[in-house]
Design a protein around this ligand. Structure first.
Ligand SMILES: CC(=O)SCCNC(=O)CCNC(=O)[C@H](O)C(C)(C)COP(=O)(O)OP(=O)(O)OC[C@H]1O[C@@H](n2cnc3c(N)ncnc32)[C@H](O)[C@@H]1OP(=O)(O)O
Ligand SMILES: O=C([O-])CC(=O)C(=O)O
Length: 382
């Protein structure tokens, strides 16, 4: 047994996985061998889900059946929608509301008595969760606006249906395709903190609702998925101030603040997903003529490159450009991290099932540094 301490489990191999591979030195991401660039350009989120959950890309027939099965599970019980409304009225944050609502979904799970070792049943539960997350999020946002939920449309794709339920209007093709691509880009990423959280929970053979609920909690933090909201808040802060983006970054660095959307445990170069999202932002900015966020993000990246951050391996990650893309779709800033969860749920479920196929309880050790031989004194004698 090694006594070497690996803080933050950095670089520690804990499981084998066929699902996704991240090469942080060259900036490469693959899902089951397929390059993320090819999937982003050519595959829908439903195809990516099928790939992750079933091991290969679907045929047209398989995809149609899979998408229809997923779409058929979108409706959420009225009790859950009532809770979502209550949470919105109470001013709950969207990630916390999502965590609560997903946990509550398990009360309405038709296969709740299934043996946790029945992995086909786990995948069916995972499909229900994945299908219902967009319905919950759209209903939450509409409740905050004082609007009733919009019922899901089974004829629309996972991405288009979310935008439809959010706004009540069917999105145009560019918006639906852009959002679908964002979902594809966020679906999986090795043993990141939220996926590992879901796996730890799954390794106790707890049910998949617990794993996804835990994953949402882990993703919400600013060091992980929460950074996409922070990036947009920085851009808005710059916009509202008399500073230009470079001055904002200079001041932030002098104050010892971290720049959200920069740095990554695995990537030492620019995240390939950031490159794809940057390209998409450029296209959207050129067609709308509104280049503000593109100008700000580009100025920040250029300045930090000049300052040598990229040479030190602190480069833009997926969160740096995603918010600007979501803003172009009219999505509220505090929904950015929930959208990440909407996509990553597919990856969490895939990893839980893959791990449970050859399960071993995850239980590392901590080095004890507390006192030894403390003499116990009863409470009234202390
Ligand atoms: C989807 C995702 O989860 S992607 C990540 C999203 N999170 C963010 O964008 C938040 C900002 N980034 C960060 O906080 C970090 O880069 C993390 C948490 C993502 C990764 O951190 P770690 O692998 O633990 O690296 P660590 O925190 O040890 O940083 C290494 C060095 O880079 C610096 N650094 C890392 N990120 C940043 C940043 N965003 N801005 C400025 N400096 C940074 C650290 O200060 C540290 O410098 P030092 O060695 O001089 O002390
Ligand atoms: O892999 C990580 O550490 C963070 C993550 O989830 C991602 O970049 O998508």
């Amino acid at each position: 047994m090694s006594d070497e301490l690996k803080r933050g489990l950095e670089g520690v191999l804990v499981a084998e996985s066929d699902l996704s591979y991240v090469d942080g030195e060259v900036g490469k991401l693959v899902y089951r061998g397929y390059d993320i660039e090819d999937l982003a350009q050519g595959a829908s989120y439903e195809e990516v889900l099928y790939l992750l959950w079933h091991g290969s890309l679907p045929t047209r027939e398989e995809l149609d059946a899979f998408a229809a099965d997923l779409a058929a599970e979108r409706a959420v019980d009225d009790d859950v929608l009532d809770t979502v409304r209550t949470l919105a009225d109470a001013g709950e944050r969207p990630m916390a509301a999502l965590r609560t609502a997903v946990s509550m979904l398990s009360a309405y799970e038709p296969e709740s008595d299934a043996d946790p070792a029945d992995l086909d049943a786990t995948l069916r539960k995972g499909r229900r969760i994945t299908a219902k997350i967009p319905t919950i999020l759209a209903a939450f946002e509409r409740a905050r606006q004082g609007e009733d939920p919009v019922a899901p449309d089974p004829d629309l794709s996972h991405a288009a249906n979310f935008l439809y339920m959010l706004t009540g209007t069917e999105p145009d093709d560019v918006s639906a395709e852009t959002f679908d691509m964002a979902l594809t880009l966020h679906a999986d990423h090795g043993l990141n903190a939220s996926t590992f959280t879901a796996m730890v929970i799954g390794s106790t053979m707890a049910d998949v609702y617990s794993g996804v609920t835990g994953g949402i909690g882990a993703l919400s933090g600013p060091l992980h998925g929460g950074a996409n909201q922070d990036v947009m808040e920085v851009l808005q802060e710059v916009d509202a101030s008399d500073k230009d983006p470079v001055q904002w970054v200079k001041d932030a660095r002098e104050e010892g603040r971290r720049i959200p959307g920069f740095g990554h445990r695995v990537y030492k170069v620019k995240d390939p997903r950031a490159k794809i999202l940057e390209g998409k932002l450029r296209d959207l900015a050129e067609s709308s003529g509104d280049t503000k966020w593109l100008d700000y993000t580009t100025a920040i990246e250029e300045y930090l490159t000049e300052q040598g951050l990229l040479d030190k391996g602190i480069a833009p990650n997926v969160d740096f450009y995603s918010g600007s893309v979501y803003d172009s779709l009219g999505i509220p800033v505090d929904m950015y991290t929930p959208i990440f969860a909407m996509s990553r749920a597919g990856g969490w479920i895939a990893h839980v099932v893959e791990y449970q196929e050859d399960n071993r309880l995850i239980r590392p050790r901590g080095r004890y540094t507390g006192p030894e031989d403390s003499a116990f004194v009863p409470v009234d004698e202390r």
